[in-house]
Design a protein around this ligand. Structure first.
Ligand code: FMN
Length: 363
C-alpha cells in the first residue's frame, strides 16, 4: 500500500504488523464489545448543520486547556505498554507530540519511564492509577510534578480491569525485556504470567486500589500543586461531584469500551455533562475518534478538546514517530477541512447549533 490516507488504513497495516497478543490487547474491548462499537456508532447518530458564506480563508485550531495553549484541540490519550507497538514506544509518541505542539498524557503503565518521556520536552500530563501502596502512589505524583508534568489525570473507571476476552485467551503478559518502567521500585516490575487469564487483570487485582472514592481525590490534591483531571466520568451527577471536590477537568470516557461493557458511548454522555457543569471545569472527551468530523461533533456537544487513543498506536506500530506524526496530521487536516466546510474558522465558532441528533423521526 502507498502511504495510508486515513486512520482506518493505519489500523489495517498495524494489524499485520503486530503480534497476536499485542493486537488483541490494543484493539479489544470488554466482553461483547458493545460499548466499543457504540463509541463509533454514536458519531453517526448526529448530523451536521453547516453554516455558509463565512470567511474561512484563515483557520485557527488553537485552544487553551487548563491555561496551557495547544496547537489544536487534540490530546494523545494515556495508553499503557507502547513498546509493544514499536521499540521506541512512548518516546516516539512523545517526540511526535512535541513536533506537533500537542499534549501527551503518559500512562502510569508506560514501558518507558516518566523521566525519559519528560526528557523529550513534550507538552505532558501524567495519568495516575492509584495503587494500594499509597507511598508508591505519592512517589509517582511527586516524580511527575518534579519532572514538569502539567496536570494529573486520575483514571477513575478502573477499580478492576474489564474482562477483555482476547487478553484472557492470549494469556496477555509483557514480552521479555519490557517492563513497567515507572514502577521499578516494586519487587515485581512486570506483569504476572497467569494460565488462562490476563496478566493485566491479575496485576490490577493485586496492586490497584478498588476502595478509591471522592475523598481520596482530596488526599491527592493535598499532596500536589498540579491540577487534577478525572478520567472516566459518564454521568452528570458524578461530574458535579467532581466539581464539588475541586477537580479542574473532566474527561468523559468509557476507557475505549474496555471497562464496563454496555456502558453508554462517550459522545452520548457528553452533552448532559457539559450542560450540568457549564464553565466550572473543562470537559474533554475520548472514545472512537477516527475522523476530523468526529472531533467537530464532540466540540459541538461541548467538549473543549478530545483525546485520541488507538489511532496513535496504529501509527506507532506502522511507522514509529513518523507514523504517529502522520496520524496526528491526518486528523488535524480532516478537522480543519470540516471546520472550513461548516463555516467555523475558529474553535470558538463551533457550537451546539452545528449538530442535530438523528431521531427515528428524521432517519
Ligand atoms: C491499548 C490501550 C491501553 C490503554 N491504557 C490506558 C491507561 O494506561 N490508562 C488510562 O487511563 N486509559 C488507558 N486506555 C484508554 C485510553 O486512554 C482512552 O480512554 C481510549 O483508548 C479512547 O478510545 P479510542 O481508543 O477509541 O480512541 C487505554 C486504551 C488502549 C486502547
Amino acid at each position: 500500500m502507498t502511504q495510508p490516507i486515513n486512520v482506518f488504513e493505519y489500523e489495517t497495516l498495524a494489524k499485520n504488523q503486530l503480534s497476536e497478543m499485542a493486537w488483541g490487547y490494543y484493539s479489544t474491548g470488554a466482553l461483547d464489545q458493545i460499548t466499543l462499537g457504540d463509541n463509533r456508532a454514536a458519531y453517526e447518530r448526529y448530523r451536521l448543520r453547516p453554516r455558509m458564506l463565512v470567511d474561512v480563508s484563515q483557520r485557527d485550531l488553537s485552544v487553551s486547556i487548563l491555561g496551557q495553549s495547544l496547537s489544536r484541540p487534540i490530546l494523545i490519550a494515556p495508553m499503557a505498554f507502547q513498546c509493544l507497538a514499536h521499540p521506541e514506544g512512548e518516546i516516539a509518541t512523545a517526540r511526535a507530540a512535541t513536533e506537533a505542539g500537542m499534549m501527551m498524557v503518559l500512562s502510569t503503565l508506560s514501558t518507558q519511564s516518566l523521566e525519559e518521556v519528560a526528557a523529550t520536552g513534550c507538552p505532558r500530563w501524567f495519568q495516575l492509577y492509584v495503587h494500594k501502596d499509597r507511598g508508591l502512589t505519592k512517589a509517582l505524583v511527586q516524580r511527575a510534578e518534579s519532572m514538569g508534568y502539567q496536570a494529573l489525570c486520575v483514571t477513575v473507571d478502573a477499580p478492576f480491569i474489564g474482562r477483555r476476552e482476547a487478553d484472557v485467551r492470549n494469556e496477555f503478559t509483557l514480552p521479555k525485556g519490557l517492563k513497567l518502567a515507572n514502577l521499578l521500585t516494586m519487587a515485581d516490575v512486570t506483569l504476572p504470567d497467569v494460565p488462562d487469564d490476563s496478566g493485566l487483570f491479575a496485576y490490577f487485582k493485586e496492586q490497584i486500589d478498588p476502595s478509591l472514592t471522592w475523598k481520596d481525590l482530596e488526599w491527592l490534591q493535598s499532596m500536589t500543586k498540579l491540577p487534577v483531571v478525572v478520567k472516566g466520568i459518564l454521568r452528570a451527577d458524578d461530574a458535579l461531584l467532581a466539581v464539588q471536590h475541586g477537580v479542574k477537568g473532566i474527561i468523559v470516557s468509557n476507557h475505549g469500551g474496555r471497562q464496563l461493557d454496555g456502558a453508554i458511548a462517550s459522545l452520548d454522555a457528553l452533552q448532559d455533562i457539559t450542560d450540568a457543569v457549564g464553565e466550572q471545569v473543562e470537559v474533554l472527551m475520548d472514545g472512537g475518534i477516527r475522523r476530523g468530523t468526529d472531533i467537530l461533533k464532540a466540540l459541538a456537544l461541548g467538549a473543549k478538546a478530545v483525546l485520541v487513543g488507538r489511532p496513535i498506536l496504529w501509527g506507532l506500530a506502522v511507522g514509529g514517530q513518523a507514523g504517529v506524526s502522520h496520524v496526528l496530521q491526518l486528523l488535524t487536516e480532516e478537522l480543519e477541512l470540516a471546520m472550513a466546510l461548516s463555516g467555523c474558522p475558529r474553535i470558538g465558532d463551533i457550537d451546539s447549533s452545528l449538530v442535530e441528533p438523528r431521531t427515528i423521526a428524521n432517519l
